[in-house]
Design a protein around this ligand. Structure first.
Ligand code: NAI
Ligand code: DG6
Length: 518
């Protein structure tokens, strides 16, 4: 029967000899079935392979804090306002009438997963994704963070111009009490046009250990003052330019730490945040496109068994792209070009109007179809690739209401052509905020899962680089040497099937054989 464990309502149990529940844990034995392929002359030989893994999930969802870098920005204020509104169950007036608060756009909070088939009616039984494992509820997140702008969150929410006036009115009092912590500002990394908001900064304009230590102290203080079990830190600050990868500076963990000690100018603020979080064993996620996780930072995370994830929220145009391109190429249609243009008028757009910062975004938006193209050797020769161009323009008048236009051009049967044009208009921050929520809930979840090969004695964490967060990210990081998956459906399947494995359930195969026998 459903029971309450550590304040989390669990809505199902798995009845299987391979799954055990105790007061604090769910343990499962899971047979992972894959196919190993070897080449023999002109043939492939495919052999089914089975590996048995043991999973262990800690059922105790601790009190969790979210610290945002860029708390006073459009995303920072929108996600904070959205969570406070949901927590207080606020309803607000819009032009179309009253609207209740919701978590639309969050995979975890607003989508479902097929649990199985009803024993009597044979119909699908679907459960909220949030109920698959005991997960933190976003309403319970304690929110804080840093910004180089001193503005309190009520004024910053007005500056962002995203949320509805009646909602802002109801949130104003609470958000006025929230002020970001001072942050680090190294002017060379973000656009010069951001300088006028940098009135809330720690002394020093290049990386140093004093900055790392201050950020670590901030995390510890936040944790202690709010009585938290854990904190997740997420970068939603301005897009930085790429840092140059320099041997001896940021190529190894030791060199990176030395470079920070010596105040090397090529260490970015986001990397300093990453290092502080890694040393503090606090999961750190990068929602922007720059190469925060230089090789030395990845190695440091591995050494400290700390979780990192990134890069760049996959919110609108790119999310559509990673779904549509997967569909077209899997349908056997030869995509030959993608032209992606967008204009926006928020502060993100202003920062991206500077060439070096735009370049970071251009890179993260451009590589998102590579794996899907490479997987289809019928349509594409080795090395062949569709043309792909990305344009971003700053247009102040449209504010956060980004306009994204995409043209997909493809070859179809017998020399024909197909052109698909998309015009996508919506508030950028209303798409990004639910992704922030998902990333935090999922990152917290992965701090409570351990697993091992059945033949080994010791349980281990997931690899430091949390590639399971890929669904929410444009340029997903993966453990060094492992493949990147951009295809949206595959990313979602990976997540759901890992969670199913944690409760001893096989992947949902969609074969529905139970309905197909004559
Ligand atoms: P924003 O410009 O409104 O907010 C960024 C905030 O970061 C500003 O308040 C700024 O003062 C602050 N900031 C800059 N440098 C900082 C530092 N070193 N430490 C602390 N705070 C700092 O931008 P927005 O719209 O909130 O986006 C944030 C980031 O998320 C951008 O990099 C953007 O490219 C990225 N992103 C946004 C998406 C969206 O749909 N809104 C989607 C994908 C990525
Ligand atoms: C202009 O493209 C601004 C960017 O910050 C994007 O809005 C953001 O990266 C979201 O991109 P996408 O492609 O996922 O909509």
């Amino acid at each position: 029967p459903p029971e309450f464990i550590h304040n989390q309502k669990e809505t199902f149990i798995v009845n299987s000899p391979d799954v055990q529940y105790s007061a604090d844990q769910i343990r499962s034995k899971y047979v992972y079935r894959t196919t190993t392929v070897t080449k023999s002359g002109d043939y492939y030989v495919a052999a089914p392979k089975e590996t048995t893994y043991d999973f262990k999930v800690d059922r105790k969802v601790g009190k969790t804090g979210l610290m945002l870098v860029g708390l006073g920005g459009n995303n920072g204020t929108t996600v904070t306002g959205g969570i406070l509104a949901n927590r207080r169950n606020l309803t607000f007036e819009t032009k179309e009438g009253p609207r209740p608060s919701n978590y639309y756009g969050s995979l975890v909070m607003s989508s479902t997963m097929k649990l199985g088939t009803d024993a009597i009616s044979n119909e699908e039984v679907n459960i909220p994704f949030h109920d698959v494992l005991p997960m933190v509820h976003p309403n319970d997140l304690v929110i804080g963070g840093w910004d180089i702008s001193s503005m309190n969150l009520a004024d910053a929410m007005d500056r962002a111009s995203v949320l509805e006036p009646d909602l802002k009115r109801q949130l104003r009092k609470e958000m006025a009490l929230m002020t970001p912590l001072k942050s680090i500002y190294y002017p060379d990394f973000i656009a010069a046009n951001q300088e006028d908001r940098a009135d809330h900064i720690l002394e020093g304009s290049k990386a140093c250990m004093a900055h790392v230590e201050q950020l670590r102290t901030d995390i510890r203080d936040f944790k202690r003052n709010n009585n938290l079990d854990k904190v997740i830190v997420l970068w939603s600050a301005n897009t930085e330019r790429f840092a140059e990868i320099i041997p001896g500076v940021n190529d190894t963990a030791d060199n990176l730490l030395k470079a920070i000690e010596q105040g090397h100018e090529e260490v970015s603020p986001s990397t300093v945040f990453a290092v502080a979080c890694i040393l503090e064993k606090t999961p750190f996620i990068n929602g922007s496109p720059q190469n925060t996780f230089v090789p030395g930072a990845v190695q440091l995370a591995e050494q400290h068994n700390a979780f990192i994830g990134g890069d760049d929220f996959k919110s609108g145009q790119t999310k559509m792209k990673s779904a549509l391109v997967e569909f077209l190429i899997n349908a056997g249609i030869k995509l030959t070009s993608i032209a992606s243009y967008n204009h926006l008028g928020n502060n993100d757009g202003k920062n991206l109007s500077s060439q070096k910062q735009f370049r970071s975004k251009e890179i993260s938006k451009s590589n998102v179809v590579d794996d899907m193209v490479a997987a289809n050797s019928v349509l594409y020769k080795k090395g062949e690739h569709p043309d792909h161009t990305v344009v971003i323009k700053y247009m102040p008048a449209v504010g956060d209401n980004k306009r994204a236009l995409d043209e997909y051009y493809a070859e179809i049967f017998m020399g024909g052509h197909q052109t698909i044009s998309l015009f996508n208009v919506c508030e950028d921050s209303l798409l990004a905020s639910p992704l922030i929520i998902d990333l935090v809930i999922l990152a917290e979840m992965f701090t409570r899962i351990q697993w091992k090969n059945n033949t080994e004695p010791e349980y281990k964490n997931f690899h430091s680089v949390l590639s399971v967060l890929s669904y929410m990210l444009k340029a997903p990081m993966t453990p060094p040497g492992t493949p990147v998956v951009n295809a949206l459906a595959k990313q979602r399947n990976a997540l759901t099937n890992i969670f199913r494995a944690c409760v001893g359930l096989q992947p949902e195969s969609d074969m529905t054989l139970e309905h197909k026998l004559f």
